[in-house]
Design a protein around this ligand. Sequence first.
Ligand SMILES: NC(=O)c1ccc[n+]([C@@H]2O[C@H](COP(=O)([O-])OP(=O)(O)OC[C@H]3O[C@@H](n4cnc5c(N)ncnc54)[C@H](OP(=O)(O)O)[C@@H]3O)[C@@H](O)[C@H]2O)c1
Length: 297
Amino acid sequence: MTRWLVTGAGGMLGTDMVAALTTCGEPVTGLDRAGLDVTDAGAVSDAIADGLPDVVVNCAAWTAVDDAEASEERALAVNAGGAANLAAACAGRGARLVQVSTDYVFAGDGGRPYAETDVPAPRTAYGRTKLAGERAVLERLPGSAYVVRTAWLYGAHGPSFVGTMIKLEEGRPTVDVVDDQYGQPTWTVDVAAQIIALAQSAAAPGIYHATSSGQTTWFGLAREIFGLLGADPARVRPIPSSAMSRPAPRPAYSVLGHGAWAAPRVAPIGQWRPALRRAFPDLVAARRPDNRRRLLR
Ligand SMILES: NC(=O)c1ccc[n+]([C@@H]2O[C@H](COP(=O)([O-])OP(=O)(O)OC[C@H]3O[C@@H](n4cnc5c(N)ncnc54)[C@H](OP(=O)(O)O)[C@@H]3O)[C@@H](O)[C@H]2O)c1
């Protein structure tokens, strides 16, 4: 029997992580921010000592990418300090730690999928703080930490691009979406399943990429969403990134490779389109409760 502890359990991924473990019949304690502030080293140590988990999944994070530019110290306290606290507590109790990380650790200017072994070069405050979290965990727990990088997440329990498009389709005749940023739309439910498969395999500690297979642009994703809603995809119009100014630059190329899954013989997450189709009824229900029945017919 494996005992699990999930931090950040009130977030988009954390909610689905706890649900997936519960569905699998695994004993799990989910702690949201009110239940455990990961920046509080004493509270983290007590939580690990009390729960004696075998595996800790750290879904707690400062995820406000633009706000991190002006508040890097505060983001660092959560994304690196919190990770370091968990790693230290796990080291003292022999627990394994899964640190969830991001494509933003890379420069985002590549032309082929980033390998797990590629050298990170973050261009944003958020990316720097997440990279510091990866390093904190791998240094303190070299034999029992997994860094699981994901990207372009969507799920029923938090804000996401997919949720925004579902809302906008209802309210606007046309929507302009950038067509020069590439990535892999990824369902939180798939990431949760991948983390469980990783921990249940004989995988070596280290870095793994948990994103969907295939790739698209935000524009391509938006058109797919309009299609699934039964709306005309031509209502989504392509624009360049240069038309949108944001405090934190968005990576042009965020496609992650999946080579590390070969050694433990765990299949990477499948193609993004079928995953979106599977997720869609729940995503619509979360944003438009009245429309769910129509979509499911
Ligand atoms: N969303 C994406 O597209 C994406 C892409 C790549 C990687 N990731 C990574 O995936 C992981 C999960 O992200 P998500 O999308 O589920 O984000 P999320 O919905 O923002 O969840 C993060 C959770 O962490 C909590 N939190 C913040 N500070 C905390 C603290 N000091 N102690 C404990 N909990 C704290 C937040 O609580 P409050 O809401 O109360 O602040 C929130 O519930 C993160 O590591 C993120 O970096 C996400």
